[in-house]
Design a protein around this ligand. Structure first.
Ligand code: FAD
Length: 357
C-alpha cells in the first residue's frame, strides 16, 4: 500500500480530503491524516472563542471517516524529507510516499522582548481557550491591549467589546489608518464602529517591549491587565526546522507551480506555511489544495502534469464587528454593516455544512 500523508487537518488538507474521499484515490493507496487535535479547528473563528461568544464545540468539526483513511493524533516533532519520515511524540514515526504539509502558522514576535512570555494568543485552539479564560475572567473595568490591527485583531477587539462591555479595550495599529490595504470606505467604517463602541485605536504604534501588566509603545508605558498578540505570523516551528530545503525570507518552504518542494516532487506544501506572494488565508489554503488534488489525480493515473497551472484568484475578504456588523471586500466591492455580517455568517454556515457532509 502507498501512503499519502497529510500533515495538519486545517483548511487546506480538509479540502484535499473532501476532494479525494470517498473514491477519488487508487485502491493501492491509503491516506494518513496527522493532527494534534482530533477535529478540524475553525481557526477563522478563534477570535469568538477567545472573546467568549462562541463555544469550543462551535469552532470544531469532526474529521471524515473512510476504510482507507487512517487518522493519527499527536504532536509532529520533525519532518525528514530524505528518509520520507514524519516523527511524532511518544517515539512514533510515520513513513510516507507522498506528503502534503498543511501545518499552518504561529505567532511571530519580531524579537520584541517579553512578547512571547507575557502576551496571549489566538493562533491555536488551545491558546485561544487560555485567552478566553484570561479575558473573560478579568475583574470589572480591566484594560485589555490587542497588539496588531489586522483582520484577527479587529475581529477580536469588536467581539470582546460585545462580550464584555465593562472592559477598556486598546487596539494598537502599526499603520496610520486601520485596514490600510483595503478601500478607505472600509477603514472609515471600522474606525467609526470602534469610536461608537468605545474601543480605542492607537495608530502608528510601535510596541517595543512587554512586561507583566506593562506595554511599551514608543516612549509611552501603558498599564494593562492583559495583552493579546495578533501582530504577525510565521510557519510553525516544525516546518521552519525542515532541513536541506529552500525557504523564503519568512522561512516558508519555496514551492513550484505544483506546490511541490523545488527538489522533491513527493512533498507538497500548502496554506499558511507555504511560500506565496498572496497573503495567508483559509481561502488561499483551499485554492492551493484544489490544485494539489489536480496534480495528485494526474499522478495517480500516470498522466503528464498540466504545463501551466491555473492562476489563483481570491474572491475577497469578510470581516466581523461583533455578531451584528461587518465589512467585506468582495469582487472589488466594499460592503459594510449587517449585510456584510450576514455574508460572513452565511459563509461559515455553508463551510460547516460542506466539511461535515
Ligand atoms: C482570528 C483569525 C481570523 C481569521 N479570519 C480569516 C478569514 O475571515 N478568512 C480567511 O480566509 N482566513 C482567515 N484567517 C486565516 C486562516 O485561519 C488561515 O489562513 C488558515 O487557517 C490556514 O489554513 P491551513 O490549512 O494552512 O492551516 P490551519 O487551518 O492553521 O491548520 C493547521 C493544522 O495543523 C495542526 N498542527 C500544526 N502544528 C502541528 C504539529 N506540530 N503537530 C500536529 N498538528 C499540528 C493544527 O492543529 C491545525 O489543525 C483567520 C485567522 C485568525 C487567527
Amino acid at each position: 500500500m502507498k501512503n499519502l500523508v497529510l500533515l495538519g487537518g486545517g483548511y487546506g488538507n480538509m479540502r484535499i480530503l473532501h476532494r479525494l474521499l470517498p473514491n477519488n484515490f487508487p485502491e493501492d493507496t491509503m491516506i494518513t491524516l496527522i493532527d494534534r487535535t482530533p477535529f478540524h479547528s475553525l481557526k477563522t473563528e478563534f477570535y469568538a472563542l477567545a472573546a467568549g461568544t462562541s463555544t469550543d464545540k462551535e469552532v470544531r468539526v469532526t474529521f471524515p471517516e473512510h476504510p482507507r483513511l487512517d487518522t493519527v493524533y499527536g504532536e509532529i516533532t520533525k519532518i525528514d524529507t530524505k528518509e520520507k519520515l514524519v516523527y511524532l511524540d511518544k517515539d512514533r514515526t510515520v513513513q510516507y510516499d507522498d506528503l502534503v504539509i498543511g501545518l499552518g502558522c504561529e505567532d511571530k514576535y519580531h524579537d520584541v522582548p517579553g512578547a512571547e512570555e507575557y502576551t496571549y494568543s489566538i493562533q491555536t485552539i488551545a491558546k485561544s481557550r487560555c485567552t478566553f479564560e484570561k479575558l473573560c475572567g478579568l475583574p470589572a473595568g480591566s484594560t485589555v491591549a490587542i497588539v496588531g490591527a489586522g483582520l484577527s485583531g479587529i475581529e477580536l477587539a469588536s467581539e470582546l467589546r460585545e462580550s464584555r462591555e465593562d472592559l477598556k479595550i486598546k487596539l494598537f495599529d502599526r499603520s496610520h489608518r486601520i485596514l490600510r490595504e483595503f478601500p478607505e470606505k472600509l477603514s472609515n467604517y471600522v474606525k467609526s464602529w470602534f469610536e461608537k463602541n468605545n474601543v480605542e485605536v492607537i495608530a502608528e504604534s510601535n510596541i517595543t517591549k512587554v512586561e507583566p501588566n506593562l506595554l511599551f509603545n514608543h516612549e509611552d508605558v501603558i498599564e494593562v491587565d492583559s495583552v493579546v498578540w495578533t501582530a504577525g505570523v510565521q510557519p510553525v516551528k516544525v516546518v521552519r526546522d525542515i532541513e536541506d530545503i529552500e525557504k523564503d525570507s519568512k522561512e516558508r518552504p519555496i514551492i513550484n507551480q505544483y506546490f511541490q518542494l523545488i527538489n522533491d516532487e513527493h512533498v507538497y506544501v500548502i496554506g499558511d506555511c507555504a511560500s506565496s506572494e498572496l497573503p495567508p488565508s483559509a481561502q488561499l489554503a483551499e485554492e492551493q489544495a484544489e490544485r494539489v488534488v489536480k496534480v495528485l489525480k494526474a499522478r495517480f493515473k500516470n498522466e503528464p502534469l498540466p504545463e501551466k497551472m491555473p492562476e489563483i484568484k481570491l474572491k475577497g475578504y469578510l470581516g466581523s464587528l461583533g455578531k451584528k456588523h461587518g465589512f467585506a471586500h468582495v469582487m472589488d466591492t466594499a460592503v459594510t454593516g449587517r449585510l456584510a455580517r450576514l455574508m460572513k455568517s452565511g459563509y461559515l454556515w455553508f463551510y460547516k455544512r460542506q466539511v461535515e457532509s
